[in-house]
Write a protein that binds this ligand. Structure first.
Ligand code: SAM
Length: 219
């Protein structure tokens, strides 16, 4: 499988999905709301203060939560359409700097206190996992911290994940167009032990079909 093409298709999918993302990213009757509240509470306890980099910031839903603590948020996403949605949602908050980039080829131009991402790690192809964490590490100041949120399993979709080295699902837009998207469900223990091998200490906390994790580079 050509990972570069898959990454491009995934970028294209989210560019085209941006206008419908908020309406289609949760079940109609949000049976998952109590887990969402737990994730927000965990982020509040973590206190993402100072300069925060948010990777794959999307329509800005989590950017708004970060801004309750952060001095500034750099919101990186490969979709200018997502940024447009976020700008409107955040009322052009001057504390937010939008960076339009593919994180797999992006190099940080400064260092921050916290790196955050939600619903992103499961879209990182296994073959890009280590490089992705190198990028996260180079974006952080010494003693910088990381916080991330994702699904442990299918939270509410009926995705059929094609097994293989790079697990892939097919996602459709409202107009019927279909795209391939990487979707990797990682077990908490696997994530923690992989992190240790890469020089990170992270604790993964499951809540319903989701997890949140906090960590830092081992000194
Ligand atoms: N974090 C947001 C949230 O939880 O609502 C959005 C999550 S959405 C599942 C994934 C986001 O990743 C989309 O906004 C998409 O544009 C972005 N994305 C996809 N591929 C990317 C890449 N290679 N580099 C940076 N962002 C990417």
């Amino acid at each position: 499988m050509d990972i570069d093409h898959l990454i491009e298709e995934q970028i294209d999918y989210y560019r085209n999905r941006a206008v419908e993302y908020d309406e289609t990213s949760r079940p109609v009757y949000d049976s998952l709301a109590r887990y969402w509240n737990e994730l927000v509470a965990a982020l509040d306890r973590f206190q993402p203060r100072g300069e925060v980099l948010e990777i794959a910031s999307g329509t800005g839903t989590w950017t708004a939560e970060l801004l309750r603590h952060a001095a500034h948020v750099t919101a990186l996403d490969s979709s200018s359409e997502m940024h447009e949605q976020a700008r409107a949602k955040l009322d052009d908050d001057p504390r937010v700097r939008f960076v339009h980039a593919d994180v797999f080829s992006w190099k940080p131009d400064s260092q921050c206190d916290v790196v955050f991402f939600a619903n992103w790690l499961s879209h990182v192809p296994p073959r890009r996992f280590d490089n992705f964490w190198q990028t996260v590490g180079s974006a952080l100041r010494p003693a910088g911290r990381v916080f991330f949120i994702d699904e442990l399993r299918d939270a509410w979709r009926e995705d059929v994940v094609a097994a293989g080295e790079t697990p892939v699902v097919h996602r459709s837009l409202r107009d019927g167009r279909r795209f391939r998207v990487v979707k990797v469900f990682r077990a908490p223990r696997d994530v923690e032990s992989r992190f240790l091998q890469l020089g990170w200490q992270a604790h993964v906390h499951p809540t319903g079909p989701f997890f949140w994790a906090d960590g830092r580079q081992a000194s």
